[in-house]
Design a protein around this ligand. Structure first.
Ligand code: NAD
Length: 353
Protein backbone atom coordinates (compact mmCIF):
# COMPACT_ATOMS: atom_id res chain seq x y z
CA UNK A 1 0.00 0.00 0.00
CA UNK A 2 1.81 3.10 -1.26
CA UNK A 3 -0.25 5.35 1.02
CA UNK A 4 1.86 4.03 3.89
CA UNK A 5 4.72 5.89 2.25
CA UNK A 6 8.34 4.90 1.85
CA UNK A 7 11.85 6.28 1.82
CA UNK A 8 14.08 5.65 -1.18
CA UNK A 9 17.62 6.07 0.10
CA UNK A 10 19.27 6.50 -3.31
CA UNK A 11 21.94 4.20 -4.70
CA UNK A 12 25.26 5.85 -4.10
CA UNK A 13 27.88 3.56 -5.65
CA UNK A 14 29.05 3.97 -9.21
CA UNK A 15 28.54 0.66 -11.06
CA UNK A 16 30.28 -0.58 -14.21
CA UNK A 17 28.82 -3.81 -15.64
CA UNK A 18 29.78 -5.97 -18.61
CA UNK A 19 32.36 -8.37 -20.02
CA UNK A 20 35.97 -7.18 -20.02
CA UNK A 21 35.21 -4.25 -17.70
CA UNK A 22 38.26 -5.10 -15.57
CA UNK A 23 40.11 -3.06 -18.19
CA UNK A 24 38.38 0.07 -16.88
CA UNK A 25 39.95 -0.16 -13.41
CA UNK A 26 42.76 2.29 -14.16
CA UNK A 27 40.29 4.85 -15.50
CA UNK A 28 38.13 4.46 -12.38
CA UNK A 29 41.13 5.00 -10.08
CA UNK A 30 41.77 8.20 -12.01
CA UNK A 31 38.15 9.32 -11.69
CA UNK A 32 38.51 8.99 -7.90
CA UNK A 33 41.62 11.22 -8.19
CA UNK A 34 43.73 8.39 -6.73
CA UNK A 35 46.99 7.01 -8.04
CA UNK A 36 48.40 4.54 -5.47
CA UNK A 37 46.21 1.43 -5.29
CA UNK A 38 46.72 -1.58 -3.04
CA UNK A 39 45.17 -4.62 -4.76
CA UNK A 40 43.56 -7.20 -2.43
CA UNK A 41 42.64 -10.87 -2.85
CA UNK A 42 42.55 -14.24 -1.11
CA UNK A 43 45.57 -16.56 -1.50
CA UNK A 44 43.52 -18.59 -4.03
CA UNK A 45 43.06 -15.54 -6.27
CA UNK A 46 46.57 -14.11 -5.87
CA UNK A 47 47.26 -14.69 -9.58
CA UNK A 48 44.27 -12.54 -10.54
CA UNK A 49 45.40 -9.82 -8.12
CA UNK A 50 48.98 -9.86 -9.43
CA UNK A 51 47.77 -9.77 -13.04
CA UNK A 52 45.59 -6.76 -12.25
CA UNK A 53 48.48 -5.08 -10.43
CA UNK A 54 50.68 -5.58 -13.50
CA UNK A 55 47.98 -4.17 -15.71
CA UNK A 56 47.63 -1.08 -13.48
CA UNK A 57 51.37 -0.45 -13.70
CA UNK A 58 52.33 2.78 -11.93
CA UNK A 59 48.83 3.21 -10.47
CA UNK A 60 49.40 0.18 -8.20
CA UNK A 61 51.81 0.23 -5.26
CA UNK A 62 51.39 -3.40 -4.12
CA UNK A 63 49.23 -6.45 -3.48
CA UNK A 64 47.95 -8.03 -0.27
CA UNK A 65 46.70 -11.56 -0.93
CA UNK A 66 45.77 -12.90 2.53
CA UNK A 67 42.05 -12.07 2.69
CA UNK A 68 40.10 -14.73 4.63
CA UNK A 69 36.49 -15.64 5.40
CA UNK A 70 34.70 -13.49 8.04
CA UNK A 71 37.33 -10.71 7.95
CA UNK A 72 39.62 -11.63 10.88
CA UNK A 73 40.81 -8.40 12.58
CA UNK A 74 44.43 -9.62 12.81
CA UNK A 75 44.61 -9.92 9.01
CA UNK A 76 42.99 -6.50 8.51
CA UNK A 77 45.58 -4.94 10.82
CA UNK A 78 48.42 -6.45 8.81
CA UNK A 79 46.83 -5.15 5.62
CA UNK A 80 46.42 -1.66 7.12
CA UNK A 81 50.09 -1.65 8.13
CA UNK A 82 51.05 -2.50 4.55
CA UNK A 83 48.62 0.10 3.17
CA UNK A 84 50.32 2.76 5.33
CA UNK A 85 53.89 1.56 4.64
CA UNK A 86 53.24 1.78 0.91
CA UNK A 87 51.53 5.16 1.28
CA UNK A 88 48.59 3.77 -0.71
CA UNK A 89 45.54 5.99 -1.35
CA UNK A 90 42.86 3.44 -2.36
CA UNK A 91 42.14 -0.29 -2.37
CA UNK A 92 41.01 -2.48 -5.24
CA UNK A 93 39.35 -5.66 -3.94
CA UNK A 94 39.15 -8.47 -6.49
CA UNK A 95 37.26 -11.52 -5.22
CA UNK A 96 34.25 -12.63 -3.22
CA UNK A 97 32.79 -11.35 0.04
CA UNK A 98 35.95 -12.19 1.97
CA UNK A 99 38.17 -9.93 -0.11
CA UNK A 100 35.60 -7.15 -0.33
CA UNK A 101 35.24 -7.40 3.48
CA UNK A 102 38.98 -6.82 3.85
CA UNK A 103 38.72 -3.74 1.62
CA UNK A 104 35.95 -2.39 3.83
CA UNK A 105 37.98 -3.10 6.97
CA UNK A 106 40.92 -1.14 5.55
CA UNK A 107 38.63 1.70 4.46
CA UNK A 108 37.10 2.12 7.91
CA UNK A 109 40.56 2.32 9.48
CA UNK A 110 42.24 4.59 6.92
CA UNK A 111 39.52 6.38 4.96
CA UNK A 112 40.69 4.62 1.76
CA UNK A 113 38.47 4.80 -1.30
CA UNK A 114 37.41 1.36 -2.50
CA UNK A 115 36.92 -0.17 -5.91
CA UNK A 116 35.23 -3.57 -5.48
CA UNK A 117 35.47 -6.15 -8.28
CA UNK A 118 33.20 -9.02 -7.19
CA UNK A 119 33.85 -12.51 -8.55
CA UNK A 120 31.07 -14.34 -6.64
CA UNK A 121 27.37 -13.53 -6.18
CA UNK A 122 27.53 -13.08 -2.37
CA UNK A 123 26.80 -9.38 -2.69
CA UNK A 124 29.01 -7.52 -0.22
CA UNK A 125 30.06 -4.95 -2.83
CA UNK A 126 26.97 -2.69 -2.78
CA UNK A 127 26.46 -2.75 1.00
CA UNK A 128 27.39 -0.57 3.96
CA UNK A 129 27.77 -3.72 6.11
CA UNK A 130 31.02 -4.98 7.62
CA UNK A 131 31.24 -8.17 9.66
CA UNK A 132 34.55 -8.76 11.45
CA UNK A 133 35.80 -11.59 13.67
CA UNK A 134 38.07 -11.42 16.67
CA UNK A 135 38.50 -14.01 19.41
CA UNK A 136 35.87 -16.26 17.83
CA UNK A 137 33.23 -13.49 17.91
CA UNK A 138 31.71 -12.00 14.78
CA UNK A 139 30.36 -8.47 15.05
CA UNK A 140 28.52 -6.69 12.28
CA UNK A 141 27.94 -2.99 11.80
CA UNK A 142 26.58 -0.65 9.17
CA UNK A 143 27.84 2.76 8.19
CA UNK A 144 27.74 4.63 4.88
CA UNK A 145 31.55 5.03 4.97
CA UNK A 146 31.87 1.23 4.64
CA UNK A 147 30.31 1.16 1.17
CA UNK A 148 32.69 0.91 -1.82
CA UNK A 149 32.72 4.02 -4.02
CA UNK A 150 32.95 2.03 -7.28
CA UNK A 151 31.88 -1.50 -8.20
CA UNK A 152 33.13 -3.13 -11.39
CA UNK A 153 31.21 -6.25 -12.45
CA UNK A 154 33.17 -8.18 -15.07
CA UNK A 155 31.31 -11.23 -16.37
CA UNK A 156 34.60 -12.75 -17.55
CA UNK A 157 35.82 -13.07 -13.96
CA UNK A 158 32.84 -15.25 -13.02
CA UNK A 159 33.44 -17.87 -15.73
CA UNK A 160 35.91 -19.67 -13.42
CA UNK A 161 33.58 -19.81 -10.42
CA UNK A 162 33.26 -23.54 -9.60
CA UNK A 163 29.84 -25.15 -10.15
CA UNK A 164 28.97 -25.72 -6.47
CA UNK A 165 30.06 -22.21 -5.47
CA UNK A 166 28.07 -20.76 -8.39
CA UNK A 167 24.85 -22.34 -7.19
CA UNK A 168 25.26 -21.68 -3.46
CA UNK A 169 26.41 -18.12 -4.07
CA UNK A 170 23.40 -17.48 -6.31
CA UNK A 171 21.02 -18.76 -3.63
CA UNK A 172 22.85 -16.56 -1.13
CA UNK A 173 22.03 -13.63 -3.39
CA UNK A 174 18.38 -14.65 -3.79
CA UNK A 175 18.09 -14.66 0.00
CA UNK A 176 18.98 -10.94 0.02
CA UNK A 177 16.26 -10.31 -2.53
CA UNK A 178 13.64 -12.29 -0.62
CA UNK A 179 14.30 -10.49 2.66
CA UNK A 180 14.40 -7.10 0.91
CA UNK A 181 10.80 -7.37 -0.24
CA UNK A 182 9.44 -7.86 3.29
CA UNK A 183 11.93 -5.57 5.04
CA UNK A 184 10.46 -3.00 7.46
CA UNK A 185 12.17 -0.30 5.35
CA UNK A 186 11.32 -1.88 1.98
CA UNK A 187 10.64 0.44 -0.93
CA UNK A 188 9.04 -0.23 -4.31
CA UNK A 189 12.21 0.35 -6.35
CA UNK A 190 14.29 -2.17 -4.44
CA UNK A 191 11.35 -4.59 -4.58
CA UNK A 192 11.31 -4.26 -8.38
CA UNK A 193 15.03 -4.93 -8.41
CA UNK A 194 14.74 -7.94 -6.11
CA UNK A 195 11.98 -9.53 -8.18
CA UNK A 196 13.81 -8.91 -11.45
CA UNK A 197 16.87 -10.51 -9.88
CA UNK A 198 14.87 -13.62 -9.03
CA UNK A 199 13.73 -13.90 -12.66
CA UNK A 200 17.33 -13.51 -13.81
CA UNK A 201 18.48 -16.30 -11.49
CA UNK A 202 15.55 -18.53 -12.36
CA UNK A 203 16.34 -18.23 -16.08
CA UNK A 204 20.13 -17.94 -15.94
CA UNK A 205 21.25 -20.32 -13.23
CA UNK A 206 20.11 -23.58 -14.88
CA UNK A 207 21.87 -22.46 -18.07
CA UNK A 208 25.06 -21.75 -16.15
CA UNK A 209 24.78 -25.14 -14.41
CA UNK A 210 24.63 -26.79 -17.86
CA UNK A 211 27.34 -24.66 -19.46
CA UNK A 212 29.52 -22.80 -16.87
CA UNK A 213 31.31 -20.77 -19.57
CA UNK A 214 28.10 -19.52 -21.26
CA UNK A 215 28.82 -15.80 -21.12
CA UNK A 216 25.27 -14.61 -21.74
CA UNK A 217 23.92 -16.84 -18.96
CA UNK A 218 26.76 -15.79 -16.62
CA UNK A 219 25.91 -12.15 -17.37
CA UNK A 220 22.27 -12.73 -16.50
CA UNK A 221 23.23 -14.32 -13.17
CA UNK A 222 25.77 -11.60 -12.34
CA UNK A 223 23.12 -8.99 -13.14
CA UNK A 224 20.84 -10.71 -10.62
CA UNK A 225 23.67 -10.64 -8.09
CA UNK A 226 24.08 -6.88 -8.57
CA UNK A 227 20.37 -6.28 -8.00
CA UNK A 228 20.34 -8.44 -4.87
CA UNK A 229 23.48 -6.85 -3.46
CA UNK A 230 21.83 -3.45 -3.92
CA UNK A 231 18.71 -4.67 -2.13
CA UNK A 232 20.82 -6.01 0.73
CA UNK A 233 22.70 -2.73 0.93
CA UNK A 234 19.76 -0.44 1.57
CA UNK A 235 17.26 -2.30 3.77
CA UNK A 236 17.10 -4.33 6.98
CA UNK A 237 17.35 -8.12 6.85
CA UNK A 238 15.38 -10.53 9.06
CA UNK A 239 15.15 -14.17 10.22
CA UNK A 240 16.99 -15.73 7.29
CA UNK A 241 20.10 -13.60 7.69
CA UNK A 242 19.96 -13.95 11.46
CA UNK A 243 19.98 -17.77 11.25
CA UNK A 244 22.76 -17.78 8.65
CA UNK A 245 24.77 -15.46 10.90
CA UNK A 246 24.26 -17.73 13.93
CA UNK A 247 25.24 -20.89 12.04
CA UNK A 248 28.27 -19.15 10.49
CA UNK A 249 29.40 -17.31 13.61
CA UNK A 250 28.77 -19.89 16.35
CA UNK A 251 29.05 -23.18 14.42
CA UNK A 252 31.56 -22.24 11.73
CA UNK A 253 29.23 -23.33 8.94
CA UNK A 254 30.35 -22.25 5.42
CA UNK A 255 28.67 -19.00 4.38
CA UNK A 256 27.16 -19.60 0.94
CA UNK A 257 26.10 -23.24 1.53
CA UNK A 258 24.37 -22.31 4.78
CA UNK A 259 22.41 -19.55 3.07
CA UNK A 260 21.51 -21.90 0.22
CA UNK A 261 20.13 -24.62 2.50
CA UNK A 262 18.23 -22.27 4.80
CA UNK A 263 16.54 -20.17 2.11
CA UNK A 264 13.53 -22.36 1.19
CA UNK A 265 12.79 -22.89 4.89
CA UNK A 266 13.06 -19.29 6.05
CA UNK A 267 11.27 -17.91 2.97
CA UNK A 268 8.53 -20.52 3.30
CA UNK A 269 8.11 -19.77 7.00
CA UNK A 270 7.70 -16.04 6.41
CA UNK A 271 5.57 -16.46 3.30
CA UNK A 272 2.92 -18.16 5.40
CA UNK A 273 2.27 -14.78 7.04
CA UNK A 274 2.77 -12.60 3.95
CA UNK A 275 0.73 -14.08 1.13
CA UNK A 276 0.29 -10.87 -0.91
CA UNK A 277 3.85 -9.60 -0.58
CA UNK A 278 5.35 -13.01 -1.40
CA UNK A 279 2.95 -13.98 -4.17
CA UNK A 280 5.33 -12.73 -6.93
CA UNK A 281 8.11 -14.94 -5.51
CA UNK A 282 5.81 -17.97 -5.63
CA UNK A 283 4.94 -17.10 -9.24
CA UNK A 284 8.59 -16.76 -10.24
CA UNK A 285 9.70 -20.11 -8.83
CA UNK A 286 6.40 -21.95 -9.22
CA UNK A 287 4.17 -23.51 -6.56
CA UNK A 288 4.56 -22.22 -3.02
CA UNK A 289 7.43 -19.92 -1.98
CA UNK A 290 9.19 -22.56 0.16
CA UNK A 291 8.43 -25.49 -2.14
CA UNK A 292 9.28 -23.54 -5.30
CA UNK A 293 12.64 -22.37 -3.95
CA UNK A 294 13.40 -25.88 -2.65
CA UNK A 295 12.67 -27.42 -6.08
CA UNK A 296 14.77 -24.74 -7.79
CA UNK A 297 17.70 -25.34 -5.41
CA UNK A 298 17.51 -29.08 -5.93
CA UNK A 299 17.29 -28.76 -9.72
CA UNK A 300 20.41 -26.61 -9.84
CA UNK A 301 22.40 -29.07 -7.71
CA UNK A 302 22.55 -27.12 -4.43
CA UNK A 303 23.32 -28.84 -1.12
CA UNK A 304 19.98 -29.47 0.63
CA UNK A 305 20.75 -30.61 4.20
CA UNK A 306 22.54 -28.89 7.08
CA UNK A 307 23.58 -32.34 8.35
CA UNK A 308 25.79 -32.69 5.26
CA UNK A 309 27.76 -29.62 6.38
CA UNK A 310 28.77 -31.40 9.59
CA UNK A 311 26.21 -29.83 11.92
CA UNK A 312 25.04 -32.33 14.56
CA UNK A 313 21.39 -32.70 15.48
CA UNK A 314 22.31 -31.74 19.06
CA UNK A 315 23.60 -28.37 17.78
CA UNK A 316 20.10 -27.44 16.61
CA UNK A 317 18.88 -26.77 20.17
CA UNK A 318 21.75 -24.41 20.85
CA UNK A 319 21.36 -22.71 17.46
CA UNK A 320 17.64 -22.11 18.07
CA UNK A 321 18.48 -20.78 21.53
CA UNK A 322 21.13 -18.33 20.26
CA UNK A 323 18.92 -17.21 17.37
CA UNK A 324 16.05 -16.29 19.69
CA UNK A 325 18.03 -14.77 22.57
CA UNK A 326 17.83 -11.18 21.30
CA UNK A 327 14.76 -9.73 19.58
CA UNK A 328 15.03 -8.55 15.96
CA UNK A 329 12.72 -7.66 13.12
CA UNK A 330 10.83 -10.43 11.36
CA UNK A 331 7.48 -10.11 9.56
CA UNK A 332 6.17 -13.30 11.18
CA UNK A 333 6.42 -13.64 14.96
CA UNK A 334 8.19 -16.78 16.16
CA UNK A 335 9.43 -18.53 19.29
CA UNK A 336 12.31 -20.90 19.92
CA UNK A 337 10.07 -23.88 19.10
CA UNK A 338 9.32 -22.48 15.61
CA UNK A 339 12.99 -21.94 14.92
CA UNK A 340 13.92 -25.37 16.26
CA UNK A 341 11.38 -26.95 13.88
CA UNK A 342 12.61 -24.84 10.94
CA UNK A 343 16.22 -25.86 11.65
CA UNK A 344 15.20 -29.51 11.94
CA UNK A 345 13.62 -29.39 8.49
CA UNK A 346 16.72 -27.69 7.04
CA UNK A 347 18.94 -30.24 8.78
CA UNK A 348 17.01 -33.15 7.32
CA UNK A 349 16.49 -31.51 3.92
CA UNK A 350 12.71 -31.83 4.07
CA UNK A 351 10.76 -30.05 1.33
CA UNK A 352 8.74 -27.13 2.79
CA UNK A 353 5.00 -27.14 2.03
P1 NAD B 1 34.72 -15.95 -0.47
O1 NAD B 1 34.97 -14.54 -0.80
O2 NAD B 1 35.24 -16.46 0.83
O3 NAD B 1 35.27 -16.87 -1.65
C1 NAD B 1 35.34 -18.27 -1.51
C2 NAD B 1 36.54 -18.81 -2.28
O4 NAD B 1 36.27 -18.75 -3.69
C3 NAD B 1 37.82 -18.03 -2.06
O5 NAD B 1 38.89 -18.90 -2.02
C4 NAD B 1 37.89 -17.15 -3.30
O6 NAD B 1 39.18 -16.74 -3.58
C5 NAD B 1 37.32 -18.08 -4.35
N1 NAD B 1 36.74 -17.39 -5.51
C6 NAD B 1 35.97 -16.29 -5.51
N2 NAD B 1 35.59 -15.99 -6.75
C7 NAD B 1 36.13 -16.91 -7.57
C8 NAD B 1 36.08 -17.12 -8.98
N3 NAD B 1 35.36 -16.33 -9.78
N4 NAD B 1 36.77 -18.15 -9.47
C9 NAD B 1 37.45 -18.99 -8.67
N5 NAD B 1 37.51 -18.86 -7.33
C10 NAD B 1 36.86 -17.82 -6.79
O7 NAD B 1 33.15 -16.32 -0.52
P2 NAD B 1 31.83 -15.42 -0.65
O8 NAD B 1 30.72 -16.36 -0.47
O9 NAD B 1 31.88 -14.57 -1.84
O10 NAD B 1 31.91 -14.43 0.59
C11 NAD B 1 31.63 -14.88 1.89
C12 NAD B 1 32.04 -13.82 2.90
O11 NAD B 1 31.50 -12.57 2.54
C13 NAD B 1 31.53 -14.13 4.31
O12 NAD B 1 32.54 -13.78 5.24
C14 NAD B 1 30.33 -13.21 4.44
O13 NAD B 1 30.05 -12.88 5.78
C15 NAD B 1 30.77 -12.01 3.63
N6 NAD B 1 29.63 -11.24 3.08
C16 NAD B 1 29.47 -9.97 3.52
C17 NAD B 1 28.45 -9.17 3.04
C18 NAD B 1 28.30 -7.76 3.51
O14 NAD B 1 27.42 -7.05 3.04
N7 NAD B 1 29.13 -7.29 4.42
C19 NAD B 1 27.56 -9.69 2.09
C20 NAD B 1 27.75 -10.98 1.63
C21 NAD B 1 28.79 -11.75 2.14
Amino acid sequence: DLAHGFTFPGITSRVIFGAGTLGQTAEEIGKLSRSRALVLSTPEQADAAKALAARLGGLCVGTFCDAAMHTPVAISERAVAQYRDLDADCVVSIGGGSTIGLGKAIATRTGADQIAIPTTYAGSEMTDILGETEGGQKTTRRDPSIRPEVVIYDVDLTLSLPAQMTVTSALNAIAHGVEAIYAPDANPILTLMALDAMRAFRDGLPRVADAPADKAARAQVLYGAWLCSTALGYVTMALHHKLAHVLGGSFDMPHAQTHAILLPHTAGFNAAALRDVMEPVAEIFGGSVGGGLWDFAQRTGAPMRLRDLGLSEADLDRAADIATRNPYHNPRPFDAGDIRALLQAAWEGARPE
